[in-house]
Write a protein that binds this ligand. Structure first.
Ligand SMILES: Nc1ncnc2c1ncn2[C@@H]1O[C@H](COP(=O)(O)OP(=O)(O)OP(=O)(O)O)[C@@H](O)[C@H]1O
Length: 291
């Protein structure tokens, strides 16, 4: 789809969205609505893209961390992102999730949702889940309670107090436990899990929200070979139903899970294609693989 079509779609939906954001702030509501619940509506992927970035740039103190970056991801795709340290991988995820505002460019979720109009909590509620490198589960709570907590918007409330799972949520929790290889471990304290199991639990917490797009930053760093292999199985089982963007340096893991690999360098796409294609690219060998 061309950017023109994107614009047209955005304009079509614009009137409704304008009504939603009006009254928030004079600047269009970018910052004022933090914490306000956003209904996770349907994401329009009829044009074949769940995520679309075009000519996105951001500078920090005059340094261009992201430099006219254009990228798109298809619904259900599992996209791997590789690149040298400082290439802008984390910054790109920060932009998609609303943590960092680009100086210029377009970032769309589906063909109608302009992500630059929304806050970080709103974007999370729309169905974009993010997993940082370090696991951040609640160690004093059980696996079950961690997953239960993921359904709540107010995380300060003690698990099981003033909150009961309905049957659909209970079914979902059981399904997620199986998906993340923790069925039978629901009563274990999260603090007693291995590093890999904590990572899976955190992915499970994201899955409880049934995200449409999952952004995963170095998910297998620090895992054993067996945990890495099971994580590959997990990701392959998620693709199709969810879209995934996985940033990793572990090339054997990428070899197992990848369809299309995007190589970022100096804030832009240096190369893109199958792993074999990008591994044979002289520019990629020079800046990343050949080091
Ligand atoms: N908030 C910030 N302020 C100043 N510079 C920043 C900021 N965030 C990122 N940068 C710089 O932007 C560049 C891109 O950083 P980023 O963390 O996105 O790279 P990366 O590809 O994720 O690297 P790594 O593989 O090491 O995690 C780096 O040079 C970094 O120092």
């Amino acid at each position: 789809m061309t950017p023109d079509l994107m614009d047209e779609g955005a304009r079509r939906q614009g009137a409704q969205r304008e009504r939603e954001v009006q009254g928030r702030t004079a600047s269009g509501g970018r910052a004022a609505a933090a914490g306000r619940p956003v209904t996770a509506g349907e994401v329009d992927t009829t044009h074949g893209r769940i995520l679309y970035l075009e000519d996105v740039s951001v500078s920090f103190d005059g340094f261009r961390a992201i430099n006219k970056l254009s990228l798109d991801i298809a619904p259900g795709e599992l996209r791997c992102i590789i690149g040298p340290n400082g290439a802008g991988k984390t910054t790109m995820m920060d932009i998609i999730t609303g943590k960092t505002r680009p100086d210029e460019g377009t970032v769309f979720f589906g063909s109608t949702i302009d992500l630059l109009r929304y806050t970080e909590p709103e974007i999370a509620q729309m169905g974009i889940g993010r997993k940082f490198q370090k696991p951040t589960v609640f160690e004093q709570l059980t696996v079950f309670e961690n997953l239960e907590l993921a359904l709540k918007t107010d995380k300060r409330v003690t698990p099981s107090v003033l909150f009961r799972l309905d049957s659909a949520q209970a079914d979902r929790l059981a399904e997620v436990l199986g998906t993340i290889h923790l069925a039978g471990s629901e009563n274990r304290l999260a603090g007693t899990l291995s590093h890999g199991q904590k990572q899976w639990l955190e992915i499970g917490m994201l899955l409880m929200q049934d995200p449409k797009l999952l952004l995963l930053d170095e998910p297998v760093a620090g895992m054993t070979d067996e945990e890495t292999a099971r994580t590959a199985e997990l990701f392959l089982s998620l693709k199709g139903r969810h879209s995934l963007m996985v940033v990793e340096h572990d090339m054997s893991f990428i070899r197992t899970i990848s369809d299309i690999v995007t190589v970022l360098c100096e804030g832009a796409v240096l190369a893109q294609g199958s792993l074999a294609q990008v591994q044979a690219d002289e520019r990629v060998i020079e800046v990343y693989l050949g080091r």
